[in-house]
Design a protein around this ligand. Structure first.
Ligand code: FES
Length: 115
């Protein structure tokens, strides 16, 4: 386990997210009303870039490719890939899988992610 300073908290207002490198990992850091969170950067479905998706309901991230939704705090799947129609055929190969999550702290204005 190692802690990485990935960016400045002031550059990530509430309701935003951004991709960073944290050591060997690519992560997305989210600033929600409840604080800072981090998940792996690629969707577990077929590697969609989550940072280009959307934060929905203030606590979930929706993948830009096939619209899977994940709970940001836990990484759990809320809704699996559902767009375009027929994408569910891939489920046999790419079944539901939660995102990895990482502990985040803010120290001296810096976002610190532990991987
Ligand atoms: S890659 Fe994210 S839903 Fe398909």
């Amino acid at each position: 386990m190692a802690q990485h300073a990935v960016g400045l908290a002031a550059d990530l207002p509430v309701g935003s997210m951004k991709a960073f490198r944290a050591g060997q990992e690519r992560v997305v850091v989210y600033h929600l009303k409840g604080g800072f969170y981090a998940t792996q950067a690629q969707c577990t479905h077929t590697f969609g870039p989550l940072a280009r998706g959307e934060i929905v309901d203030g606590c979930q991230v929706r993948c830009p490719l096939h619209r899977a939704r994940f709970d940001i705090a836990t990484g759990q799947v809320v809704e699996w890939a559902n767009f375009p129609p027929g994408i569910q055929l891939l489920d046999a190969l790419r079944g539901e899988r939660a995102l990895r999550t990482y502990p985040v702290k803010v120290k001296d204005g810096k976002i610190m992610v532990t991987t």
